[in-house]
Ligand binder design. Structure first.
Ligand code: GLA
Length: 394
């Protein structure tokens, strides 16, 4: 929705007056999948698919929430923020307010209207975009109310947003999504070391190639429970390996050390650990390739990543496999893989710009024939992370 319409809608719901707008990004992860919670490197980028929250303090103890895409309205009492975990809508916002209050922010009652263009359940971090935009709005009002001396650091807000997701919503996600949503930079990917939160912006100079993001449109019913199961499997592998190796996480292990010690593991646990060790290696090689402008090599690494997520980590499924493997065989495409948690959601492909239209047509046709419904293609670009949109830009 455009901002004139959005402001009109906000005024209809909450009345006339000053309106602030905070925006946070959805993200695509280029490579480094399922290793953020294993202390690995990841390479996400923020997208121009975003969540905007229009906001205004309301001088009450209530946080009132409305959405442009739902009739649902939610009211949270800032003195009882622990009570809203069961909510279908508004639980992310409650979780963020709750963990921020715990961290010493003075939560200010406010009116909020959410407008998101990040497709839900797509693996493009629609929930992180809600969390981070909420955190930025609440932190800004907290600071301006004069009750909180804290300065607003986007990294801190990303960490608090992750905490809300882990401890309030109950999904044990890593830090990648919230970090990318908050800290992204236009036309750059973020190389993030998830064991230290040190990061570096990597220019995404794709020459005559483009990133194409396609959604399987598969409903993702089991994603959260399977996600938590994978985390538990990695923890089990780590515990076993720690008996012999001096390590804090799986991604510290080099491929050579893994090969020398993999007999200590067996079955699925071994497969999960093997994915993590080699995915970390692929991120390192991807950075080298990108810095040299070797996109063909980068594309091969994307393909290898998908194969490992399919065969060793088992988080793809027929929909994502059909999408990525069809893409890999389509002229002009030099690499394709699932992105995000998997089990549905999106694939990202690197495609020669002049071939994009034919590529999309072919992948859509083959996917629809095999799966029985069509995928969605997003027209996106790499954007900044979270920020307040100042009035002059509205
Ligand atoms: C989800 C999680 C992230 C990350 C990815 C897989 O998006 O929220 O923390 O683990 O899955 O790489």
């Amino acid at each position: 929705m455009d901002f004139t319409k959005l402001k009109k809608k906000f005024a209809e719901i909450y009345g006339e007056g000053e309106i602030r707008v905070f925006s946070a990004a959805g993200r695509v992860n280029l490579i480094g999948e399922h290793i953020d919670y294993n202390g690995g490197y990841v390479l996400p980028a923020a997208l121009n698919l975003r969540c905007a929250v229009l906001a205004r303090p309301n001088n009450t103890d209530k946080i009132r929430i409305a959405f442009t895409t739902l009739d649902e309205r939610v009211v949270l009492d800032k003195n009882n923020l622990q009570n809203y975990k069961h909510l279908k809508y508004g639980n992310y916002q409650a979780g963020v307010a709750y963990v921020m209050q715990e961290a010493g922010f003075s939560i200010v009652g406010c009116d909020l209207l959410y407008d998101s263009t990040v497709p839900f359940g797509s693996g493009l971090s629609s929930s992180a975009a809600i969390e981070v935009s909420t955190a930025l709005a609440l932190a800004t009002f907290s600071k301006e109310s004069g009750n909180t001396a804290k300065d607003i650091g986007l990294v801190e807000l990303a960490v608090l947003s992750q905490k809300a997701e882990n401890r309030y919503v109950g999904v044990n996600s890593g830090i990648m999504d919230q970090f990318a949503s908050a800290m992204g930079k236009k036309d750059h990917a973020i190389l993030l070391d998830c064991s230290t939160l040190k990061y570096e912006y990597v220019p995404l100079n794709l020459l005559d190639y483009s990133l194409v993001i396609i959604n399987t449109n598969k409903p993702r019913s089991l994603a959260d429970s399977k996600y938590n199961e994978r985390r538990a499997e990695c923890e089990e592998a780590l515990k076993i390996l720690q008996k012999s190796l001096d390590i804090d996480n799986l991604c510290e292990i080099s491929p050579q050390t893994f090969e020398a010690n993999k007999h200590l593991l067996s079955g699925k646990i071994k497969d999960r650990a093997e994915h993590c060790v080699y995915e970390q290696d692929r991120v390192i090689k991807s950075i080298e390739a990108l810095k040299k402008g070797d996109l063909i090599k980068f594309g091969q690494l994307l393909n290898e990543s998908h194969k490992s997520l399919k065969e060793l980590y088992e988080v793809t499924g027929i929909e994502l496999d059909t999408l990525a493997e069809t893409a890999q065989k389509t002229p002009g495409c030099i690499g394709s893989r699932m992105t995000g948690a998997g089990f549905g959601g999106c694939a990202v492909s690197l495609v020669k710009t002049q071939n994009v239209q034919d590529f999309v047509e072919r992948v859509t046709r083959v996917y629809t024939q095999k799966i029985g419904y069509s995928p969605s293609v997003y027209n996106t670009s790499i954007a900044d992370g979270a920020y307040e949109i100042k009035e002059r830009n509205l």
